[in-house]
Design a binder for this molecule. Structure first.
Ligand SMILES: *Cc1c(COP(=O)(O)O)cnc(C)c1O
Length: 498
């Protein structure tokens, strides 16, 4: 394919994407296909000679489109959002267009340097402590990882190397292998599965500690677990705190966990994969109080900050530890211009890196900080509106409402809620998933799509209560909504944040 054909193909593809986004509201969010459907439709062998792009684009429509789950549909309420926006899509296109791999500063200076600037912009947007930023005097710095899972794993490996080195320097009577065999990590039983996985991959015992009724890990629980392990001769090494858990978007209290970690000399990593984006709004920053006591912090821009997957922002208070843990250079060259031009290959698992900073730049410039705030506030207002609808219906319980996530259930046996979710899923018009809250079965309803509006929330709620009407034959009476919420006020919030 030459450049002339590329112009036509590329322009047609952009039109195709724009049409797709405009059609999303009218599509069933879940596809109607069976496992193995595609293998039956496509030829067994690749074509011997090339085909036309027109044919390929047509086949996308014919074969691929019917098998898509529409993550950007306004009726997609499962998991957490996966961000997408037009500036970011264009960013991805141009990144591919440049076709580079940033394995060192000289491999493409703009790539490293834009990442440094973006990580500083983002750190300031979230009001992270200055010492985490590349532009600070100290050894702090930010880097873009591929995912929150990678960030958690990278932080674990760094904590492990640091702990081993510290103990060996202190003339511990243990060998390196003995120390490594005794290390323990901690998080809560509400943490994302990727946290447990990081322990598996990093060969570190991971204790998933019980949370309180609000889904938070308390300082006392952590302190107690650490004490018990130390008494058993083990070595506490790493803690992952959640700011916005996956099941209910609960926030651990860093002001409690921070002092325990600092006192015990344990690395504190903050997983704010989804909810971290909310810290662009000053009114939510109280939820990260104590963040200055953490050692590393992570937020997925690809969840809530309008940047397409993959893009996960990570800051480390002392990046020296990370670089020391990950550096394999035979001749160790001291990083002379750290802060201005870090060698990011020492900050991550793979050697090669994508130019993710470019799409961040596009998004932040097109939306501005205010645009991101609006997006966050609008989605929170919609979630609160949904929670209030649930709370006012006597048949339902609203179990949690935090940021853009609501969990709810039908009163009574878990099986009622399960039936409700199964029937809703069978219709394929709305996509919600199950969760657990204090040992009960709940449905998670997350505001995910940029396109979701109040009318969409109303339509999904109406469908839920239509199905519920067939499951619980009780008479419906309206009851008091949630404390502090009121529909008129919520409507105002939704309008204001548009
Ligand atoms: C989604 C999520 C993750 C995993 O994010 P990836 O980028 O897919 O690895 C980790 N932690 C929390 C709290 C999450 O919500």
């Amino acid at each position: 394919m030459d450049a002339e054909h590329f112009r036509d193909f590329g322009k047609a593809a952009v039109d195709y994407i724009a049409d797709y986004h405009e059609s999303l509201r009218n599509r069933s969010v879940l596809p109607n296909v069976q496992p193995g459907y595609l293998g039956e439709l496509l030829p067994e062998d690749p074509p011997q000679s090339g085909e036309s792009w027109q044919d390929i684009l047509q086949d996308v429509d014919k074969f691929i489109m019917p098998g898509l789950t529409h993550w950007q549909s306004p009726n997609f309420h499962a998991y957490y959002p996966t961000a997408s926006s037009f500036p970011s899509i264009v960013g991805e296109l141009i990144i591919a267009g440049f076709g580079m791999v940033g394995l060192s500063w000289i491999a493409s200076p703009a790539m490293t340097e834009l990442e440094v600037v973006m990580m500083n912009w983002l750190g300031r947007m979230l009001e992270l402590p200055e010492e985490f930023l590349n532009c600070s005097e100290g050894p702090g710095g930010g880097v873009i990882q591929g995912s929150a899972s990678e960030a958690t794993y990278v932080a674990l490996l760094t904590a492990k190397e640091k702990k081993v080195k510290d103990l060996l320097e202190k003339n511990s009577n243990l060998t390196e292998a003995e120390i490594k065999g005794k290390l323990v990590a901690y998080s809560s039983d509400q943490s994302n599965s990727s946290v447990e996985k990081s322990g598996l991959l990093g060969s570190m015992k991971m204790r998933l500690l019980p949370t309180n009724k609000e889904g938070q890990l308390t300082g006392a629980t952590l302190q107690e677990a650490i004490k018990r392990d130390k008494e058993a001769g083990l070595i506490p090494c790493y803690v992952v705190a959640n700011l916005g858990t996956t099941p209910t978007c609960a926030f651990d209290n860093l002001e409690e966990l921070g002092p325990v970690c600092n006192r015990e000399d344990v690395w504190l990593h903050v997983d704010a994969a989804y909810a971290g984006t909310a810290f662009v709004c000053p009114e939510y920053r109280y939820l990260m109080k104590g963040v200055e006591m953490s050692d590393s912090f992570n937020v997925n821009l690809h969840k809530w900050m309008l940047v397409n997957f993959d893009c996960s922002a990570m800051w480390i208070k002392n990046a020296k530890y990370l670089v020391e843990a990950f550096n394999v250079e035979r001749i160790y060259l001291k990083d002379q211009h750290k802060g201005l031009a870090p060698e990011y290959r020492h900050w991550q698992i793979s050697l090669g890196r994508r130019f993710r900073a470019l799409k961040v730049w596009f998004v932040l410039r097109i939306y501005g900080v205010e645009g991101v705030r609006k997006h966050v506030r609008h989605q929170i207002a919609l979630a609160q509106y949904f929670a209030e609808l649930v709370a006012k219906d006597q048949r339902f319980e609203c179990c949690s409402c935090s940021m853009g996530l609501v969990t709810f259930r039908l009163k009574g046996e878990n099986s009622l809620t399960e039936t409700l979710l199964n029937r809703l899923t069978e219709e394929k018009k709305f996509f919600l998933i199950a969760g657990h809250f204090n040992n009960t079965y709940v449905i998670r309803y997350a505001i995910c799509s940029r396109l979701t509006e109040k009318e969409d929330v109303d339509r999904s709620w109406n469908e839920i209560i239509r199905i519920a009407g067939n499951i619980v034959p009780w008479k419906i009476t309206e009851k008091e909504g949630l404390p502090g919420l009121n529909i008129n006020h919520l409507n105002e919030n939704i309008e204001k944040s548009k």
